[in-house]
Design a protein around this ligand. Structure first.
Ligand SMILES: NC(=O)c1ccc[n+]([C@@H]2O[C@H](COP(=O)([O-])OP(=O)(O)OC[C@H]3O[C@@H](n4cnc5c(N)ncnc54)[C@H](O)[C@@H]3O)[C@@H](O)[C@H]2O)c1
Length: 444
């Protein structure tokens, strides 16, 4: 029989995990501490934008319960911890929500397993084990089962995982947790708890490294006349390297990479090791977000009083997640330079985060009378940006394509001045009405 599953946290990971286990036939109870969130879910509203999730929750309504009550969850023989682990000022992961869950566990009599899906520093499982033992909860098992889903394709990723990682202190607990994934066709990697925790951090760090690597190659391409899209294709066909995460752009953001990268760097540092490569990977990303400013200045001169349309605000398409989105850094830098910023996103609402920015209902509304349009997030709606309609609506036909979404030649032949990332630069002469361009330099 499918065991009942309890879940702490109704965010991206908790909801997707809960909905998917319900789809696999489990009764699932999801607890959150936000009354508003729980009420919305009880009323059939999904508090976040994730393709396929609303349908999955609706289809499995009868097997899913949303609650504020701790007691409803702790009766489950398997309890997943899916609470947030945001960064602290020091860069360490903030584990306060994780510890709240552990500390609030009542004196359970039945045997159960606490399964950590939240991303936590290596050594957390060991500490939780010790705390449970000290509270007379030695019969409560513990397993690390990190989550690798990506927002925007989370439901698919959960149902079709590349692998499932299970680290436990006992064989029996590992077998129980691995058994939950039996209906999915995948490889289960069994590990000790510390290694399971490290697999998640290392995988994220490696993905970030690939992005920063190709972004640096893009920057060198710009300086030397090569084209990074062609370069990435040629590099990615090497079977030892593969094509993934070799798309140059304006850097990563989101709820995971930024905090997990810094947390791993900090974890290493706390353990006496300076993780030099990761430090550089993070710094490259910070600088990359700001390169758009230099590209705009190259064509527009000083940005004070210039109207810039930011197209896309979410950290990637198919999500409304704005956590650490490059758009936030970019908008703030533009405002600091005195530019007027008009932003558009089909789902993300940044009105509370971005004071001083005005928001548009459509791409066309955003670019109206603009001196430049910047593609920040590769939403489908932006793919047709290089159109007559857009060119006529803009004050100057300048596109800075932060995601290399458009075909440069097509954009140029449609009458735009086009700047991508790591692509051959467009001739400055093509742009009418510009002031004397500033020397191109990275803006701090
Ligand atoms: N979002 C992703 O793409 C992703 C992918 C893989 C792993 N992760 C990791 O999974 C964890 C959760 O991420 P998320 O994006 O789902 O976070 P989130 O912020 O979207 O959701 C966390 C939820 O936990 C709730 N919560 C806090 N304390 C609680 C408690 N004591 N009991 C019950 N609920 C509580 C919060 O109210 C919130 O709704 C993080 O550690 C994250 O790093 C996230």
């Amino acid at each position: 029989m499918n065991p009942k599953i309890g879940i702490f946290g109704a965010g991206w990971v908790g909801l997707v995990t809960g909905a998917c286990f319900a789809e696999l036939g489990h009764e699932v109870v999801i607890r959150d501490v936000l009354a508003e969130r729980v009420e919305a879910l009880q009323a059939g509203r999904v508090p976040l934008h994730e393709p396929g999730l609303a349908e999955l929750l609706e289809r499995n309504r009868e097997r899913l319960t949303f609650t504020l009550e701790l007691d409803d969850v702790v009766t489950a023989p398997v309890m997943f911890v899916c609470v947030g682990t945001p960064p602290t000022y020091s860069g360490d992961a903030d584990l306060s929500a994780v510890w709240t869950v552990v500390d609030q566990l009542p004196a359970l009599e039945e045997r159960s397993i606490l399964v950590m899906k939240s991303t936590v520093p290596v050594g957390t499982g060991e500490k939780v084990r010790t705390a449970l033992d000290a509270r007379g909860l030695a019969h409560v098992g513990y397993a690390s089962n990190p989550e690798f889903l990506a927002e925007g394709s989370a439901v698919h990723d959960f149902m079709h995982p590349d692998r499932v990682v299970v680290g436990a202190f006992t064989e029996a607990d590992a077998t129980t947790v691995a058994g939950l994934y039996e209906p999915l066709e995948t490889t289960v990697v069994r590990a000790d708890v510390a290694s399971a925790e490290m697999i998640k951090l290392a995988a994220n760090a490696f993905l970030m490294t690939r992005i920063s690597f190709i972004n640096e190659i893009a920057n060198v391409c710009e300086a030397t006349g090569a084209d990074v899209v062609t370069v990435a294709e040629g590099v990615g066909l090497d079977h030892r390297l593969g094509p993934h995460f070799l798309r140059a752009g304006i850097g990563w953001g989101g709820s995971c990479f930024p905090k997990d990268g810094v947390a791993l760097k900090q974890l290493a540092s706390n353990s006496g090791y300076h993780f030099q490569l990761l430090a550089a990977v993070i710094e490259v990303n910070e600088l990359q977000k700001r390169r758009v400013i230099g590209k705009l200045e190259k064509h527009l001169g000083k940005l004070a009083g210039k109207k810039v349309a930011l197209l896309g605000l979410a950290f990637k398409p198919n999500t409304d997640d704005l956590r650490e989105a490059p758009s936030l850094v970019l908008a703030s830098r533009l405002l600091a330079e005195g530019a007027e910023v008009r932003a558009w996103d089909p789902v993300a609402d940044a009105s509370r985060l971005l004071q001083g920015v005005t928001f548009a209902d459509s791409v066309l509304d955003a670019v109206a009378d603009a001196d430049a349009a910047v593609i920040v997030t590769e939403w489908d709606e932006v793919r047709g940006l290089a159109s007559d309609e857009v060119r006529q609506a803009m004050r100057r036909p300048l596109i800075v394509d932060g995601r290399n979404l458009l075909d440069p030649e097509q954009a140029r032949s449609a009458g735009f001045t086009y700047e991508g990332i790591g692509r051959a630069a467009s001739p400055l002469a093509a742009l009418p009405e510009t002031e004397e361009p500033a020397a191109q330099q990275p803006t701090p």
